[in-house]
Design a binder for this molecule. Sequence first.
Ligand code: ADP
Ligand code: MG
Length: 730
Amino acid sequence: MSKTRFNAISAFASRPKLNVELPSEKISDFFASAVFGEKEMKEFLPSDAYKKLKASIKEGKKVDREIADQVASAMKAWAMKQGATHYTHWFQPLTGTTAEKHDSFFIPINGSGIEEFGADALVQQEPDASSFPSGGIRVTFEARGYSAWDITSPAFIMTVGSGKTLCIPTIFISYTGETLDFKAPLLKSIQALDNAATEVARYFDRDVKHVNTTLGWEQEYFLVDTAMYYARPDLVMTGRTLLGKRSPKGQQLEDHYFGAIPERVYAYMRDFENECLKLGIPIRTRHNEVAPSQYECAPMFEEANLAVDHNCLLMDVMDRVSSKHKLKVLFHEKPFAGINGSGKHNNWSLGTDTGVNLLSPGKTPRTNLQFLTFFINTIAAINKHEELLRSSVASHGNDHRLGANEAPPAILSVFTGSYLREVLDMIETRVDEDKFDEQDNITLRLDIHNRIPDIMLDNTDRNRTSPFAFTGNKFEFRAVGSSANCALPMTVLNAMVAEQLTQFKTEVDEYIKAGDYKDVAILKVLRKTIKESKRVIFEGDNYSEEWHKEAKKRGLSNNKNTPTALSVLVSEKSIKLFESLGIYSHREIEARYDIALETYSKAIQIESRVLGEMVVNQIIPACIEYQNKLINNLKGLKELGVNAKLYASQTSILTQICEGIEKLTALDKEMFDLRVKGNGISDTKKQALLYCDKVKPIMDEIREISDKLEGIVDDELWPLPKYREMLFAK
Ligand code: ADP
Ligand code: MG
């Protein structure tokens, strides 16, 4: 009998339920209590320093040394009052997780000491970090990397157990100034989009000085009991089940989505939400997702840089709190075969510093034209760079979702909803450039005006198959993987839209210069833009075969795996986009491409190694044990000379097991040989393709055979927690 598995089941069955209380009666009493925010700045900073810091944050300007010194000492005073003993620069290297290196405030001097934290420590740190991925940017002799204070994201205190650390959000760059993280390019893209969008927004309102990118993510995740988790080497090492026969019940009854949240899970949710709220993460929504044991949470949207930091923090907090509840949170895009995977929907919009959401249709013709301008230009940007946007969500985990018939496909298209589609068609057909006069223009505007309010009533998007859907006042990018850092897709999206808006502005200005009224000029360019971009609009079922055919006809890309998708990052068109906006240099993007390929190969390599071990050390021995049991039984049956039917069926199972073992052994060897080959290849693209095209299919074959064996081997002997146990134990 398999001890680990049955121990796990009984451990699970005797879990006590934790009781989680709110730290205070009202959330507003403790919201952001661990953040050095507005209130804390005011309290701990001299008023002059406070004003200067605020101005720097608002204008994105450098903080001078004297102010930095005052800020550092205010932060220290506040943090120590809260019980913090250490500080760290907190950053997002290209490993996909966050990084921190704690230093104590305390400095020993002559047998005693003082607590110190000054401008130097606040503004810049040199993490001893030559082993972060750099894609060859940091050769060993100049392996230094620097983290530098991001004044736009507030410092916070992270509590782990009873330890408290002041965390300062930072960017991470090399000695030579190249970016080595997710945050720095994101900040550059936000700036680029601010510049481009502000220019365009000023056609409609001269008071606009800045345009912010807003992001509201929705985070999907799975939960499994820790005992089951630790009994599965694949979950521990790779975050997903590499083997496992589907349970008879999956999500087909659709009884999980929005269902009652199990008590233990509910306690966990409340617990991590409390921690998030203290950290100023405006978490609001929680519910069950479609698959059994799958859940989702979402905050109020925020400025994109802060939202990305908050999503990274959330994942840290969720992971930490889950162990307290003897649960393990899984952020992998596809932890279980045969049921839905997890994504991280990125709701994206643009807001002016005058408080207007530029993707909100509005009620007057004026705001409608403004809305249409940003709406259509976003679509145009997607049309132009759909392949690049797809590459921004490419990862080994997301390959199991995209194009795998449940999540958005690998083909990027935009869903507008039928009302807006009509509006676009109307602009395209009715704005006739030859006889465009002020009169026509007004009728058109009024027509649009009459239609837009309907959208607001009816256009709550219910096309869940679309990867990029307009949802009333924002676009929702659904192809982002659940484990991803949102920064990369947001960086790419911002860059694309910035480029498009700049081009739009140039064209509109040309018409104006040639004597057109401003609105006429705008409508003319919009009309042309719709014409050029409409191939990317699709309102139907994105999972259907017909769409795949149709998309091909329209010339849209369908890059189904990571190595293929990634190559677009370094196309001439992409490099031009990034370089012209100052987001990535040629060298930076090449480096990132290399890192992504390498990460992919390593991930598949680890998966294939774990799979090999599980097959050799767990599956085959269990099969042999059952074989022996059957052989002994058959001997008995033969001696008795009875029950020919039973005899025949057991012989057949025996044969299947023998064949299974043989195949598994052969495939394992083949997989091993390929891995050895892969290890020897220095070309990262070739290596990734080898893992993708050769190793992965063998892993699939192994899984198929092993899952069949799971279906015939004695349940008592099966060593791994089964799907029904992991997914339905709550
Ligand atoms: P649904 O659940 O139907 O997708 P919601 O209105 O609940 O729609 O919003 C989902 C997410 O969209 C939330 O995370 C929310 O913060 C975000 N969101 C709403 N408005 C904006 C906006 N202007 N910019 C960015 N995100 C937004
Ligand atoms: Mg949504």
